[in-house]
Design a protein around this ligand. Structure first.
Ligand SMILES: [Zn+2]
Length: 589
């Protein structure tokens, strides 16, 4: 019976969604006052066509023509009904404030009326068109639409085609014996099965004008639903409600319209299709079919659920394609026995309230930055006091905190050998002290002091003795200074050379939590790229470094990305061991 209406009714519009952002939003107010009859005449044709296009979530008038053709091929009288309904809805949308002018121009006001018109095709075909009743039902649909839009606004959910579905079910329940009225067949398709196939092609073409990947996925899922329905004993061609009005539109709407992101959209489409099928089966199994046809209700409920879920959890790192590509790079590095290097700094300490060391934001802003340099330190007692003072203050802040979750997760990646070395621009020493992973601290460490003459490293002096005396090396008598390289001074040769060697030898460089660029890390990243490493930036905020096309960016909380790496690669290692037939006990470290 449901053969009359075509697949995928309804389109969405998120009140606040990007999909609703019109190409010609700023034309709205102008058009409201538009006085040229030419523009009005064009709108009078284009807006209803776009309303028909919205039945497959598309926006172009060509898509609307394809949809109209498809309806005509399956049920010509329903096509006439759709034209009447979309024109009525568009006219009402123009006069009423339910939709903004930009939404109206996209055809948002028309598609619910079109669905009512399609359903009315049976009456028109039977010769008892009941035009007054049609107008009354269309009016009711407009009222339901305005009410639903207002009700759903606080939840930020789009009404989709719920106004038409609710109106149809309501009218059929009020005016007729349950399930026998309103669902009049609009007759046999004029071209038979060929017409149905042609109609499906038209719908697919129309949907493809909006989103090709979503069209492909929705088609494949519709075929899967037909297969499932036939396996479970439902005559599939008599159940287009499942594949055409539940599974396919749910997948398409979620992927093309509701959930942004290539991978997230795909997953949302799969989830929505599964949910819509489940709701449809539930409708069937509970006997609700006898009371009212589900129409597009399973699709709508599934779309709302998926939208709700993805608004809360859609930013998960598991839905980032870059994350999976990075996992692949890490797995390849492991298989090839190549090393993985982490470059950290900035955000790692900033999360704990420690200023980013290379940026110099820990220095006294009242004093010139040039006061903090090794040359001035050696030459001036006043500068020595200034440097000791600032380093002591920073050291006290570091001492007050413990390693963050991100520090611990990076250390955890070192233990199974997922990260072989860490180069850091931090001076807090929080990443060091892990025996499994080599740590190179480019700017030194804040809890040590070094001799300017012989370079010997000692522990930080107790009790602010630097306030009263110059400190001297016990071995050679040279001046002692805090064990950090001041920003702007050349980096010590040994750690810098080691860092460059590590960068040139690694297969994957994880740049973790760098909110700012420093010449040092810029050069290390370039060195890694030149030697063929995959560079992966992990940072929730924007990446400060200049990106190349083959770089990967994972914009998510650092700790959650590192934890996800550890879990994913643990599975990979287990599979690899299984493949090689090695048990965990017998493997060599
Ligand atoms: Zn010395």
């Amino acid at each position: 019976m449901l053969r009359r209406y075509l697949r995928g009714t309804s389109s969405a519009l998120l009140d606040d969604g990007a999909a609703a952002r019109p190409r010609d939003a700023d034309e709205g107010p102008r058009l409201r006052r538009a006085d040229t009859a030419g523009i009005r005449a064009l709108d009078a044709i284009q807006v209803p066509l776009r309303g028909l296009a919205q039945l497959v979530f598309a926006e172009r008038s060509e898509a609307g023509l394809l949809v109209l053709t498809a309806i005509g091929l399956t049920a010509p009288w329903s096509a006439l009904g759709a034209l009447i309904g979309v024109t009525f809805g568009s006219a009402a949308g123009y006069l009423l404030p339910t939709y903004t002018r930009a939404e109206w121009k996209l055809g948002m006001a028309g598609f619910n009326g079109a669905i009512i018109g399609i359903l009315w095709g049976g009456f028109i075909a039977s010769g008892d068109a009941q035009p007054l009743l049609l107008v009354a039902v269309l009016c009711l649909c407009v009222i339901v639409e305005a009410a639903l839009k207002g009700l759903l606004r606080p939840l930020s959910l789009p009404p989709l085609s719920m106004p038409a579905v609710a109106t149809a079910i309501l009218v059929s329940l009020i005016l007729a014996p349950a399930g026998t009225w309103f669902w009049i067949s609009a007759g046999q398709p004029p071209l038979g099965t060929t017409g149905i196939y042609l109609a499906i092609i038209c719908v697919l073409l129309a949907a493809a004008t909006k989103h090709q990947a979503a069209t492909l996925q929705a088609s494949m899922l519709a075929v899967a639903a037909i297969w499932l329905a036939s396996t479970l004993g439902f005559a599939p061609l008599h159940s287009p409600g499942l594949w055409a009005f539940a599974v396919a539109p749910a997948s398409f709407a979620a992927q093309a319209l509701l959930v942004p992101g290539a991978l997230a959209g795909r997953v949302a489409g799969l989830l929505a299709a599964g949910l819509a099928a489940a709701i449809w089966f539930l409708w069937y199994l509970t006997g609700l079919m006898g009371v009212a046809q589900p129409l597009l209700a399973p699709f709508i409920f599934a779309a709302w659920l998926v939208l709700w879920v993805f608004r809360r959890h859609g930013h998960s790192v598991w839905l980032e394609p870059a994350f999976w590509r990075a996992c692949l790079a890490l797995a390849r590095a492991r298989l090839a026995g190549r090393s993985v290097l982490a470059l950290t700094g900035g955000k790692f300490g900033e999360q704990l309230g420690i200023p980013d060391y290379p940026s110099g934001s820990w220095r006294d802003p009242e004093l010139p930055a040039s006061a903090y340099s090794q040359q001035r330190f050696a030459a001036s007692l006043r500068c020595r006091r200034i440097c000791w003072q600032a380093c002591e203050a920073l050291r006290e802040r570091v001492q007050a905190v413990r390693a963050s979750l991100a520090h611990r997760k990076l250390a955890a990646m070192g233990r199974p050998g997922l990260v072989h070395a860490t180069v850091t621009t931090s001076v807090d020493g929080l990443q060091a002290g892990d025996a499994e992973t080599e740590t190179v601290e480019l700017f030194g460490r804040l809890d040590t002091v070094t001799c300017l003459d012989c370079g010997v490293v000692q522990n930080w002096p107790p009790a602010r003795v630097w306030q009263c005396w110059d400190l001297h090396c016990s071995a050679c008598g040279g001046l002692l200074k805090p064990g950090v390289t001041f920003p702007g001074d050349p980096l010590p040769e040994a750690p810098w050379k080691r860092a460059r060697t590590l960068a040139m030898g690694c297969s994957v460089l994880l740049v973790v939590g760098h909110p700012r660029r420093t010449p040092a890390d810029e050069e290390l990243i370039d060195a890694a790229r030149r030697w063929g490493a995959q560079v992966v930036f992990i940072n929730q905020g924007p990446v400060a470094h200049a990106l190349r096309t083959d770089d990967l960016v994972i914009a998510a909380p650092i700790a959650s990305v590192l934890r996800a790496f550890t879990w994913t690669l643990a599975v990979f290692r287990a599979l690899d061991r299984h493949r090689k037939g090695i048990s965990p006990e017998t493997r060599t470290p």
